[in-house]
Design a binder for this molecule. Structure first.
Ligand code: DC
Length: 232
């Protein structure tokens, strides 16, 4: 059976990682969290006391660091230069730093190259902002998840509280709005739906409901691949 490249893009808190992991798990695919790569790169920059505005230094560092994603969708571990940083990259500080350095062209170039290498054989679900538009413009199935900004802030805030961070809902909302703005207004590969993406509004759907819809589209694609046009 053909192993597809599946792209899931959308803003923070739209449900990309929850549904992406579940979808990859159901299909026995690799789950590639590209946001985790930008986060690990941002952590490296912060750890090295490089100012986020020093673009040359940031780019040189990101080109050098080793970022690895290992494990199955539900046990994904993130390593930075061999050290596990799975939890360290989820703080609000790293979120903002990742959003800032991801606007730098040279940073994107370095990480996109690695993402293409990781996904090129197919059998992958990639979660990000620019997968369907830039990393894999020929991806087999492209989803673009959206959700009401208050609902997204509520979900993110709950995650933060569970992690022991004490941010108010207003703070989380403000951070999400800032990131949305930065991620969608940047010059290089901004967040936007690919023309051929399937848009799903997750505001009022359960994760299971979203994954069911995704699976319908994936199965349709697999059936089309199995029966090329001439044989239908
Ligand atoms: O998905 P996330 O919240 O973990 O991503 C963190 C930041 O990384 C996000 O604010 C924008 C950036 N990012 C990106 O620019 N391109 C991607 N493919 C994934 C994430």
């Amino acid at each position: 059976m053909k192993k597809l490249i599946i792209a899931i893009d959308g803003p923070s808190g739209a449900g990309k990682s929850t549904t992406g992991k579940a979808l990859a798990n159901k299909l026995g695919y690799l789950y590639i969290d590209t946001g985790a790569m930008y986060r690990a790169a941002a952590l490296a920059v912060l750890n090295n006391d490089i100012a986020l505005t020093e673009e040359e230094k940031v780019i040189n560092l990101v080109k050098e660091v080793n970022i690895a994603l290992e494990g199955k969708p539900y046990q994904l571990h993130v390593f930075l230069n061999g050290k596990e940083v799975t939890e360290d990259i989820r703080t609000p500080k790293v979120s903002q730093a990742a959003s800032i350095i991801s606007a730098i062209g040279g940073v994107r170039q370095a990480l996109v190259e690695r993402q293409r290498e990781m996904g090129r054989l197919g059998g992958v679900v990639l979660d990000g902002r620019d997968i369907g538009t830039h990393v894999f413009p020929n991806a087999d199935v492209k989803f673009f998840l959206i959700a009401d900004v208050y609902e997204r802030a509520r979900r993110r805030n709950l995650e933060e509280l569970n992690r022991g961070e004490s941010l108010s809902l207003e703070q989380t909302l403000k951070e999400i709005e800032e990131r949305d703005h930065r991620d969608s207004q940047r010059t290089y590969a901004p967040l936007r739906p690919a023309i051929d993406s399937i848009q799903l509004d997750t505001s009022k759907l359960s994760p299971t409901g979203v994954v069911e819809k995704m699976l319908e589209h994936v199965e349709e694609k697999l059936n089309l691949v199995a029966k090329p046009l001439g044989t239908i």
